[in-house]
Design a protein around this ligand. Structure first.
Ligand SMILES: [Fe+2]
Length: 115
């Protein structure tokens, strides 16, 4: 949710270290996920076809932002990327156990899983 009363809240008075940038990206990703949730809630809460179309389009752009940020996070923190891949592998195994042949999920992001 917006937090406008403090216009300096997001400012950092120096360049961030790589570790701090990675932490900041996690906050950015959380913000994108929250935006997706809110836009989707508004799409579901209206019958106005134009509002539905515009809000759904914005929601989907936020999903793309999640993908961009996740890719950036993988680039900056290959170790974390290995954890993501491990989790994806676990789900693939579960799908195989259930006899489900799903599209390739490797390289997927949280955003693409939300669709
Ligand atoms: Fe966004």
């Amino acid at each position: 949710m917006p937090n406008f009363p403090n216009p300096f809240q997001g400012n950092v008075d120096r360049k961030m270290s790589k570790a701090e940038l990675i932490q900041a990206l996690r906050i950015d990703i959380a913000g994108e996920l929250e935006a997706i949730f809110l836009y989707d809630a508004h799409v579901l809460a209206t019958d106005d076809p134009v509002a539905k179309k515009v809000l759904a389009d914005i929601r989907d752009e936020e999903k793309a932002h999640v993908g961009e940020l996740m890719s950036l996070l993988r680039y900056l923190d290959p170790n974390e990327a290995e954890h993501f891949a491990s989790g994806e592998g676990e789900v693939k195994e579960m799908l195989e156990e259930l006899g489900i042949t799903e599209p390739n999920i490797s390289g997927s992001s949280v955003g693409s899983l939300l669709e």
